[in-house]
Design a binder for this molecule. Structure first.
Ligand code: ASP
Length: 360
């Protein structure tokens, strides 16, 4: 029975997804939530995406189509400077996007990296999955492919993102020829820099931390079929051509339909070095709960982080988060540090929950 026919059957029989979902209290481990199977989870910027994905999944959409439709809302949103239109550009002021999709039932995947001028890279990644024999297209080839499929080109650099980039460039060094506007102390640009700066105790100076952000979204339907996507403008002000974890299957996302899915936001290099999302799914395969699997991935990253990226306590000085969804519906969000939310939509509605931090 396909997902659609099963849903129609359930509707005809008056059976809700909740009633037939696999509740797995006996399989639960400490820290993992057990509930109905069907649900959508995402990074904390993805509440609108999980809601949308849930709605279209309820209408019978495949979980992969659902998550791609969900993240399109965030790709469209100019206020989110980490994804799609309005994303922060590379060091030359050009927006380069990375995205990938993975479909549990067929184990097929598609991705695009360093894609310019197309605001919905997750949709292009889906086309790579559906309409090519390949998994990953990059740069000019990815753009040519998007054009061939009718995606419209546009300038993705909003005025807000351009001003943030220019300010970064102008304050990078006092030995070059770019001078910041001394009058530009008003929000929103100055406020953006304040939010992303931290006090260096030794010098009393403010240090700008490059903003990170991305959206990952994973879904499981009432048939326990899983899919996921990750889409991003990547590390702000990166070297042109830099590819992060988001379009790399196994790094920024991974799904095994027999086990579960895992996706990430945060420092992509750490996920490329640790194949973190693949590791998260493999740990679940070997019996770990979503939360335990995510915490173990964080510990591996913390252990392998090179000295230059450690703080005074020897911990990684960057943040990174994981969103895990098991085949039986258990789920978790975990993060290296601090107060980080993740978004979730299921029978109980849409809400934000807290990621469990490895370090306080
Ligand atoms: N993971 C993304 C990347 O490294 C960025 C982020 O999530 O902040 O490209």
């Amino acid at each position: 029975m396909t997902d659609v026919t099963r849903r129609l059957f359930m509707r005809a029989a008056g059976v809700s997804a909740m009633a037939v979902s696999h509740t797995t209290a006996s399989a639960s481990r400490a820290g993992s939530k057990v509930d109905a199977v069907a649900r959508v989870i995402a990074s904390g910027n993805g509440a609108a995406a999980t809601q949308k994905a849930w709605e279209v999944m309820q209408e019978g959409a495949d979980p992969l189509d659902a998550v791609v439709a969900g993240v399109a809302i965030v790709e469209d949103d100019p206020r989110d400077t980490s994804v799609g239109y309005g994303g922060l550009p590379n060091e030359r002021g050009i927006v380069e996007l990375d995205a990938a999709v993975m479909h549990g039932p067929t184990h097929r995947a598609g991705g695009v990296a360093s894609l310019q001028n197309i605001r919905h890279p997750a949709q292009v990644a889906l086309k790579v999955l559906q309409r090519t024999d390949h998994v990953l297209l990059v740069g000019a080839g990815a753009l040519e492919f998007a054009r061939a499929h009718g995606f419209q080109e546009e300038n993705l650099l909003t005025d807000h993102a351009r001003r943030i980039w220019l300010r970064w460039k102008e304050t990078l060094s006092d030995r070059d020829d770019w001078l910041p506007d001394p009058a530009d102390t008003e929000p929103p640009v100055a406020e953006f820099f304040r939010q992303h700066s931290e006090l260096v105790a030794a010098t009393g100076a403010l240090r700008f931390r490059r903003p990170t952000g991305t959206i990952h979204c994973s879904a499981i339907n009432a048939n326990a079929n899983l899919s996921c996507t990750t889409t991003t403008s990547g590390m702000a002000f990166k070297i042109p051509g830099r590819v992060g974890d988001s379009p790399i299957i196994g790094a920024g996302l991974y799904v095994d339909n027999e086990v579960g899915s895992c996706g990430s936001t945060g420092r992509g290099e750490a996920n490329l070095q640790n194949m973190s999302s693949f590791a998260g799914v493999e740990l679940m395969r070997n019996g770990a709960s979503p939360e335990d699997a995510g915490m173990e991935v964080l510990r591996r990253i913390a252990k392998t982080t090179e000295p230059r990226l450690r703080n005074a306590q020897g911990q990684p000085d960057f943040n990174i988060s994981f969103y895990l969804l098991a085949k039986d519906g258990r789920y978790a969000g975990v993060t290296m540090f601090g107060d980080v939310d993740f978004a979730i939509t299921d029978e109980r509605g849409t809400r934000l929950e807290k990621c469990r931090p490895l370090f306080k």
